[in-house]
Design a protein. Sequence first.
Lengths: 448, 354
Amino acid sequence: MKATTSYWMGWMAAAVCAAGLAAVGAAEDPGTAKEQFIPLLVYRTGPYAPNGTPWANGKLDYLKLINARDGGVNGVKLTYEECETEYKADRGVECYERLKGKGPTGAALFDPQSTGITFALTERAPVDKIPLITVGYGRSESQDGDVFMWNFPLLGTYWTAADVLMQHIAKKEGGLDKLKGKKIALVFHDSPYGKEPIPMLEEGARARGFELIKIPVTPPGVEQKSVWLQVRQQHPDYVLLWGWGVMNSTALKEAQATAFPRDHLLGVWWSGAEPDVKDVGEGAKGYSALTIQYGAGLSKVHQDIFKYVHDKGQGTGPREEVGTVLYNRGMLIQMLSVEAIRGAQERFGKGKPMTGEQVRWALENLNLDQKRLDALGFGEMLKPVRTSCFDHVGASYARIQTWDGSRWVPGEMYEANQQIITPMARSAAEAYAASKKITPRTPQECRA
Amino acid sequence: MLYRENGQFKTSYAADRQLLPIAQDRWLMIALVASSFVAVPLLAGDYALRALIIPFLILAIAAIGLNILVGYCGQISLGSAGFMGVGAYVAFNLTVRVPQLNFLLVLLLSGTSAALVGMAFGIPSLRIKGLYLAVATLAAQFFLDWAFTRVRWFTADSPSGSVSTNPIDLLGWRIERPIDKYLLVLGIVCLLTLAAKNLTRSHIGRAWMATRDMDVAAEIIGVRPLTAKLSAFAVSSFYAGVAGALWGFVHLGSWEPAAFGVVMSLNVLFMIIIGGLGSMVGSFFGAAFIVVLPLLLNRLPAALGIDLSTTMKSHMESMIFGGLIVLFLAIEPLGLARLWAIGKQKLRVWPFPH
């Protein structure tokens, strides 16, 4: 038989298929007993990589720090694996399915690093009993823990961010009543992430009397000429930027090109990091953005990171990245995760790996006071956090920071007005519960 | 030697015209279907079902649909994901607004709506061909993308634009576990594949193939171009709509408009190109290739003991994927189905070379 190319191609194809199915379907080694597995969903490629990478590096460095400095949590070493999601929901779900069962007790908790992926995982997490920790993103109504038992938007949601931005604009104008008649434009990433603040802003527009102009930007947001032309035509007093990845830097470049005053441009905490403004530099001077309580800077915990991780050559990213806005946020998120694991161990057995359900309990009963935060090295970075059954946010402060051309200068701290937000979250959560036929928990069930 | 049809004499026209004239083929098909319904649920794990087999089956439906349009009728379409989206959103709206409907009826209706939309966007095919038609269908894709993002009625006024579905309840059978989902999708795939195979062997299929081969000559001998082309668009979009509804309800559970973007359209097109244009089994091969290969490329470095960063793995995936597509098209342009046919032919004359 003549061995044509097709002949060899056929055998090659068959061999590859066999090897592939074996590799993909292979069972994973469950691991030794004293390990806690933490899955890491990241995006280090694609248009969102400039912002996703420092976030992931911060998380990874903190995990390495806990293992190196403390030997894990009460002797239980933290194992981890990264999975690339490219900020896509279907890949995020595939990574979740692949990683959820790893480790002796399964994955401790998931930080999807994306609101889109959070929406997709909110359906699956309750079934698999793994909590989702979505610090400063995710579904805004998931702060209501009675309905969203497994979602934890700690430290703030998009509704708290929108409220703080409205408070800041009011302060600049001289009072909440001065908002009447103003025009505020929202330039948002046309995805669940960008659309999240709209209900809150529409409520604010109705209550305070300003006009809200919604201008969507098609993801990934590299093309914004028409968007900023619209901004120029509408002449808003303020523009709120709700972007991610390259959309942020493009927006600032376009704002500079259309001469929109940068000090009237305000960004959410995902639009206020170094990758967004570094390219524009002086052109973004005066641009302000929110941070989740702490922006860029070095604190006590960073000294430990340098000592135990970077000086030993174990640093995930470059040394200069330590202390940047998104790196710090990643560290913060991982610190909350580790403290939840620690809290779970206090209740369910010190020195043992925890299951997702146990970590969920700990996330719901998180009580980090100033003393504990100081001991962890986060004393300057975070105000005390206290979650409860009903309140899955824990603290809703946000600080404004302003770019002065070369660095972020911290401004004042605001607290979101939970009087408005909590009832809105409650009604949205109840609507979700009705559509999904979930019964909200009662206070008695909570105390269990 | 094993595959010859020696002694298999057909004594009726029906026997001569059957789908699988060779007895060994019939046995193989029975074994395949039986093992799919019985062995796979027993042997495959949850992850394999969820991440490999169910997406493979659903995308196979979409690939069959596009193969009918591109492979059998010769009309290039880059809008298949848009039609999948139509099916998904219509199914979502029906389950939300008319919850009493049986899910199979919902699938039928979503497929039909996708077929109507497909026919509407197929009208340009009566005037334009080839690359220009591809661009027109790409415009359909983008229009549908825009419609699902901007027209709030489609997402039932969801503020985030993201929709989520409840588990399907089929006359008391609650479809929640991967096994239930697998069996539902498998049943639908079997039915639709049979339907497609029969369609392509009928006079409609011959009209499609005549249009593909030389549409002017086809028109001269009496094949109506309007009927042929629009029916191809209708059937193809029906399959895409059903696939989209299953993709949204069974595989994703919750999706945003970006899930049915142009990348998905291109993926389905790659499936049929690599699998083999104008071949039913080719659609399955292509779907398997596209679903399994990225996961395989992700796991292979770890399986071989090579430690790569996630960035490197992701880049290598793209590079190898693209490289393999180019390789396949260069070496065997007729796709994996052609390799399969060559393999079968070799088996027929084995152990002789020819």
